[in-house]
Design a binder for this molecule. Structure first.
Ligand code: DC
Length: 233
């Protein structure tokens, strides 16, 4: 393996992959792209503009026109790690609401939406020194990435983490409902026709169940650091 320019990270909903990847990117000084934000932004835009999320043609047409920007955090005081702009409007928190959660798997199952987002993600990947996170990064978006990781955890643990996040944000949350949603999204994401969620054949699988974030981050940084600079240890 030569210098690591792109780290492709995939895994199911709430597996901790975004938190872990963000910290890995920060430690290595790499750019970070959470591709789930892009599918979430398309879903929010459809909702806001009265486009029926079941109408594949209309949603695809919308996705092709939207300007989605993911930038370093503009305001870290509210707990954000990055800022998401949709046609210039800050939607960092709006894309995390239960309404978006409920419809994003449908929107991200559309081939035309995926093609448009993948095109944008590959352009981002060309910048190099990037940690990119999603469901199909190692399999479709960046199949030549020199390091591919698949971060997972049990559904119960993932639902518990999501429940904790919502509590921390001051919302009431129903664990059973969150677990049902996590399992429903796993089912859709894993069984969809286009780019289903699965580890790339050469991905390293990391199960984070019961493991603290820092430990997982250290494990990954330990894999990359010796190779990150010109491939020289
Ligand atoms: O990681 P997340 O929960 O923010 O992802 C939101 C949705 O987007 C999820 O249902 C799967 C989908 N997604 C995808 O299909 N491909 C990606 N590369 C990233 C996310």
């Amino acid at each position: 393996m030569g210098a690591i320019n792109v780290i492709a990270i995939d895994g199911p909903a709430a597996s901790g992959k975004s938190t872990v990847s963000q910290q890995v990117a920060r430690e290595l000084g790499f750019l970070f792209l959470d591709t789930g934000c892009m599918y979430r932004a398309v879903t929010l835009a459809a909702w806001q503009r009265g486009v029926d999320v079941m109408n594949e043609t209309a949603v695809t047409h919308l996705a092709e026109r939207l300007v989605i920007e993911i930038q370093p955090a503009t305001n870290e005081e509210d707990g954000r790690h990055y800022t998401v702009l949709l046609d210039g409007q800050d939607v960092t928190w709006e894309i995390r609401t239960p309404t978006v959660d409920a419809h994003v798997s449908q929107v991200s199952s559309y081939l035309g939406v995926r093609q448009e987002m993948v095109r944008r993600q590959r352009a981002f990947g060309k910048r190099g020194q990037v940690v990119m996170v999603g469901r199909d990064i190692g399999t479709v978006v960046m199949p030549d990435a020199p390091l591919k990781l698949y971060i997972t955890a049990t559904a119960a643990e993932r639902a518990h983490r999501r429940w904790q996040d919502r509590q921390n944000q001051g919302h009431t949350a129903d664990y059973e409902a969150i677990l049902a949603d996590v399992e429903r999204r796993d089912e859709i994401d894993s069984n969809r026709e286009h780019s289903p969620l699965r580890p790339a054949a050469d991905a390293i699988i990391i199960d984070t169940t019961g493991r603290p974030v820092e430990e997982v981050v250290a494990e990954i940084v330990g894999m990359v650091r010796p190779l990150a600079v010109n491939g020289k240890p």
